[in-house]
Design a protein around this ligand. Structure first.
Ligand code: ACO
Length: 323
């Protein structure tokens, strides 16, 4: 049986750090309020001329290097992003050009904060169907461009960044039998549009627009939807929560992550947390967190990893894999 195995990961964060105190100079907020409600201490913000494709390309190069795989081997690039460089062409095709890849396919995937989990689901299906062998899956965002910097209820929550993984098709046999993606579950419910959306776009207003959110509703849904998708993953694989070595959740808010950990009865030490440093980087948050935990040696080969995310739409889902 063919399995999709992650061979390497990498990430990139812009140079500029914006602290909570710096935001408090701009809107009526405080470091104390932001940390207490969200766990965020600071976030990274892309430079004026730095595009989503720039962040994505740097993360992709780091992932290829970590995997020890040459860019020319890549036959599919998927970039999960809600903040593409342009309406079209896909940011993934810009990354493809930047990497000097002139074959295979490249496209963007839009599921906002669930983009990376959706991406894993799509590329896993394509790999198992024999449509791709070596895949770059990237989550990259410049949310700073769609924030209303006058709105204190949203502008404090997000940051920019990118993370990437390289996946390869492997025949599951011998010691590799259990490695790779075990299952993915993705869901959406469009009735929740108004709870989290951007009030613009090419077909509605003709301008990019700003992010709008009903924070309490997002919170309420997030703490039930993500655990539901984790339960679906565990049930499908015949595992229980204790079998999870690492939960790598979407990094939206420390209180959402803690509530989820509690529901699963997972000790804090087995949950990867980066929201304090990165804030919410949407589709980039899971690969950024994953890369940190792999590079610092927490995640080791053979570990069982559960990823879960929720975002605008609403969209949500999970991916279970053995590293
Ligand atoms: N600084 C100071 N005060 C603020 C700020 C701020 N940055 N933002 C809002 N407030 C005020 C509000 O105006 C309100 O004041 P009022 O009582 O005088 O009207 C008060 O704080 C309480 O506001 P609430 O919205 O009730 O605060 P809440 O406890 O719900 O926290 C928060 C808000 C942090 C946004 C929370 O609802 C949340 O985390 N929701 C999830 C949102 C999220 O994670 N979105 C990310 C995208 S979706 C995803 O990734 C899963």
């Amino acid at each position: 049986m063919i399995r999709s195995v992650i061979k390497g990961c990498g990430s990139y964060l812009p140079e500029r750090i914006v602290t909570n105190d710096q935001l408090a100079e701009r809107v009526d907020t405080s470091d104390e309020w932001i940390q207490q409600r969200t766990g965020i201490k600071h976030r990274y913000v892309a430079g004026e001329n730095e595009l989503t494709s720039d962040l994505a390309t740097k993360a992709a190069k780091a992932a290829l290097e970590h995997a020890g795989i040459d860019a020319v081997a890549v036959d599919l690039i998927v970039c999960a992003t809600a903040t593409p460089d342009e309406t079209f062409p896909a940011t993934a095709t810009v990354v493809q050009k930047n990497l000097g890849i002139f074959r295979g396919a490249a496209f963007d995937l839009q599921a906002v904060c669930s983009g990376f989990v959706y991406g894993l689901s799509v590329v896993d299906s394509m790999i198992r169907a024999g449509q791709a062998k070596t895949v770059l899956l990237i989550g990259a965002e410049t949310f700073s461009r769609i924030l209303d910097w006058e709105d204190r209820s949203t502008c404090v929550l997000f940051g920019d960044g990118a993370g990437a993984v390289v996946l390869q098709a492997e025949e599951g046999c011998g010691e590799n039998q259990d490695r790779g993606i075990l299952n993915t579950h993705i869901y959406s419910d469009g009735r929740y549009h108004d709870a989290l959306y951007v009030d613009g776009g090419p077909s509605s207003t003709g301008v990019a627009g700003f992010l709008r959110m009903e924070g309490k509703e997002v919170f309420r849904q997030a703490v039930s939807r993500m655990p539901e998708s984790i339960d679906a993953a565990l049930e499908k694989s015949g595992l229980v929560a204790e079998d999870i070595d690492w939960l790598v959740p979407h990094q939206a808010n420390i209180r959402i992550i803690e509530a989820m950990g509690k529901k699963l009865r997972l000790p804090k030490e087995r949950v990867v947390i980066t929201v304090d440093k990165h804030a919410n980087t949407s589709a980039a948050s899971i690969p950024l967190a994953l890369t940190e935990a792999v590079y610092d040696g927490r995640i080791k080969q053979g570990d069982m990893i559960m990823m879960t995310a929720m975002g605008g739409g609403f969209t949500w889902g999970s991916a279970l894999l053995r590293w």
